[in-house]
Design a protein around this ligand. Structure first.
Ligand code: FAD
Length: 472
């Protein structure tokens, strides 16, 4: 029987853990400790007086698979169904994705025809990469970089152009150092199972138990590609905050955990700037590196594993221009590292979610993502907002023809915001899990540092962790 459960870290992972803990009758008290003055972590939205919405963190959530459906269940539980803004698979913002290569935008093929022909920037039809996968032998290594895997199975051109760009878009990371096994476990499994990735994916499918609800059926029938919410994704973290407050979770903002001590009766003494709290169980929902600095010396080997988990810094520059000015219609474009190391890509927000555009007059909203795994090698320790704004507006002008002065610009430097699962990441997580088990630590680790960086992954893993604690 758990008595007092403390959740350290009030991002989407910590909030989700509180949501499930608050519903469990066997917990008598739940306390959420958040270092900053707000909840939500990287889920952060600016709402302007004229109705425009600017996302500084996540902007779209996928409904597909067990993890996507699990999030939709929580959305229903929070009564947010009417606030959902779906993007349908038939819309350009779902169908059209671009790469910026050799100083030009290239649409990625979205039909069979596009795969059969040679289209720039590629030198041969993309289906030939698939043929290569069908005959390539199964890999033998425990883990390898995403670039090595894709080169081995589909060829170097696909790895250099498409996969390099994709990893910059999803992880703000370098596919030459990121782990295939930890970043794309379904590709790793597909090859293990069927030797060919294509055959493995075609015959595998998502075998995890799939939740069902009216909202999930609606998303499937209407063929949603992704969704956001009225008021932006911060609406989700705000609804979670309201829900857990209502359920009696004690929320402490401006309360950074400063260190953790174990008591002789196997509980935690959680040190805060103004005192301490005793907890029967702790959910660590802070980044792995932060946790490594809080744990007691007795957790030595685990501290060493946690401290090896690094994250990349991303500058997020939101720009708004007068009028509808984009030259193409789609989700956005990515830029491979050989084209420009620092510029990761540009998201065309006003096309995916026009409901978030300002009222009164037409506008174009875009977000320029800068830095990631290349942040330090490009800028050193820090960079001025003026320089970031200059880079972002230059990119908008050169790559999209948006030459005027933006009507709005919001610059955020998100320091160490996206965990980088490097080759061998699975060994770190396995060894941490076995340390917790061997030492019977009353500790659950959740958050983007371990098993998936997407909002869906964070929500799914937080729920699974609460269920595991209660033996469900
Ligand atoms: P965090 O959000 O990092 O929360 C951790 C919390 O712990 C923070 O609130 C922090 O203040 C607090 N904390 C830190 N130290 C302490 C301490 N000592 N004591 C107490 N509290 C502490 N995902 C998608 O699915 N779709 C997207 O479109 C998408 N886009 C993204 C764009 C960007 C720019 C970023 C940064 C991420 C994006 N992601 C996206 C990923 C996703 O948003 C994040 O992985 C997720 O929000 C992480 O949530 P978390 O709760 O695990 O961690």
């Amino acid at each position: 029987m758990q008595r007092t459960v403390v959740v350290a870290g009030g991002g989407i992972s910590g909030l989700t853990a509180c949501y499930h803990l608050a519903k469990d009758a066997s917990v008598s008290k739940v306390i959420l400790l958040e270092a900053s003055n707000r909840l939500g972590g990287w889920m952060r939205t600016t709402r302007t007086d004229d109705g425009a919405i600017f996302e500084h963190g996540p902007r779209g959530i996928r409904p597909a698979g067990a993890v996507g459906k699990n999030t939709l269940c929580m959305v229903s539980g929070l009564g947010l169904e009417k606030k959902i803004l779906p993007v349908l698979r038939s819309q350009p913002a779902a169908k059209n994705r671009y790469l910026y290569v050799n100083k030009a935008l290239h649409k990625l093929p979205s039909s069979i025809g596009g795969v059969l022909r040679t289209i720039p920037p590629f030198t041969k039809p993309l289906f030939t990469c698939g043929l290569r996968d069908l005959v390539a032998s199964r890999g033998t290594r425990e883990d390898e970089s995403i670039h090595e895997f894709v080169t081995r199975r589909f060829g170097k051109e696909l790895a250099d152009i498409v996969i390099d760009s994709l990893c910059r878009g999803v992880f703000a990371g370098d596919c030459r150092t990121l782990s295939l096994r930890s970043c794309f476990p379904f590709l790793y499994e597909a090859e293990r199972r069927k030797r060919s990735v294509i055959l493995g994916l075609a015959t595998g499918g998502d075998r995890s138990p799939q939740p069902d609800s009216a909202l999930i059926r609606k998303a499937t029938e209407e063929k949603w590609s992704q969704w956001s919410l009225q008021g932006g994704l911060q609406t989700l973290s705000e609804a979670l905050e309201d829900f857990i407050k209502e359920k009696g979770v004690e929320i402490h903002k401006d309360s950074p955990v400063t260190s953790l001590e174990r008591t002789p009766d196997n509980r935690w003494k959680i040190m805060l700037p103004g005192g301490s709290i005793i907890a029967d169980h702790l959910f660590g929902a802070v980044p792995a590196k932060v946790l490594s600095q809080l744990l007691p010396p007795s957790a030595g080997p685990m501290v060493s594993n946690l401290s090896q988990m690094s994250s990349a810094t991303v500058a997020v520059v939101n720009l708004e221009y007068d009028g509808e000015a984009l030259p193409v219609s789609g989700f956005g474009h990515l830029i491979p590292s050989f084209e420009d190391r620092a510029l990761l890509g540009i998201v065309y927000d006003s096309l995916a979610f026009p409901q978030h555009n300002r009222s009164g007059s037409s506008s174009t909203r875009i977000t320029v993502m800068i830095g990631g795994a290349w942040f330090e090698s490009t800028f050193g320790d820090s960079v001025s907002s003026e320089k970031l704004l200059h880079l972002a507006t230059e990119a908008a002008a050169v790559q999209l023809g948006l030459r005027g002065t933006p009507s709005r610009a919001i610059i955020n430097l998100n320091k160490t915001c996206i965990p980088q699962y490097k080759v061998g990441h699975h060994k770190l997580t396995e060894s941490i899990a076995s340390f917790i088990q061997q030492h019977n630590l009353p500790l659950s680790l959740i958050g983007a540092s371990y098993e998936g960086v997407s909002v869906n992954d964070c929500i799914y893993n937080a729920r699974k962790s609460v269920q595991r604690l209660f033996g469900h």
